[in-house]
Design a protein around this ligand. Structure first.
Ligand code: FMN
Length: 196
């Protein structure tokens, strides 16, 4: 697979089986995250690795968080999350160490975290693994964040479910990049994607 093939074939999946990346493999994958663009070299990304028996423990914390965030969270949703967080081969909590008073604006700090997460997803794919980035209300719960070791000024940016893709992986149709691209020659551009 050429590097371009690799980029053009990545797709998120939650159809994930064992094995998950070993510690050594994960370390290499996270080295790719350290290549993300990062204004001011703030290194705002944080990764909490959840494996093995820690998964059901996290699942219960997620359930408690869901109930904190929405006292009427439906039971089927709670059970689905409990199962996913208990059984995904590896979970990486994506943390952000944010500096609201820094001259680098918060949105740039958050983008650096997202760029690093994208590198993680690509590195997973490049090494034969797969994953998906998930969020939900719980990422806004400071109690859950603190339980993970991400108290303010940290916050949660979501979770990566990680493992080996299993079963037939569908290749989602991707949009034509031309719809999102326009050449500027002095007048404001218009994008095909914005036409109604
Ligand atoms: C910040 C962030 C949070 C996301 N949260 C969820 C989520 O909670 N549930 C979900 O199904 N997809 C979520 N997604 C989308 C998936 O990660 C994924 O991008 C989507 O399934 C499309 O797959 P693709 O990456 O192959 O295009 C999230 C994406 C981002 C960037």
């Amino acid at each position: 697979m050429t590097p371009m093939d690799m980029l053009l074939t990545r797709a998120s999946t939650d159809h994930l089986a064992e094995p998950a990346p070993s510690d050594a493999q994960l370390s290499e994958i996270l080295a790719a995250a350290m290549r993300a663009p990062d204004h001011g070299k703030l290194r705002p990304w944080r990764y909490v690795v959840i494996r093995d028996e820690a998964r059901p423990v996290l699942a219960e914390r997620i359930v408690a968080s869901m109930k904190r965030m929405d006292a009427e969270a439906p039971e089927f949703k709670i059970e689905k999350r409990r199962k996913r967080f208990s059984t995904m081969p590896l979970i990486l909590a994506l943390g952000m160490h944010l500096r609201p008073d820094h001259k680098i604006p918060l949105w740039e700090q958050e983008m650096a975290v997202a760029a690093a997460a994208m590198n993680v997803l690509n590195a997973l794919h490049a090494t034969g693994f797969g994953g998906v980035w998930v969020s939900g209300d719980v990422v806004d719960d400071p109690v859950l964040a603190a339980e993970l070791g991400l108290p303010a000024p940290h916050r949660l940016a979501g979770f990566l479910f990680i493992g080996t893709p299993e079963g037939e992986q569908h290749a989602p149709k991707r949009p034509d990049p031309a719809e999102f691209t326009a050449s500027w020659t002095g007048k404001p551009v218009q994008f095909a994607a914005d036409r109604t």
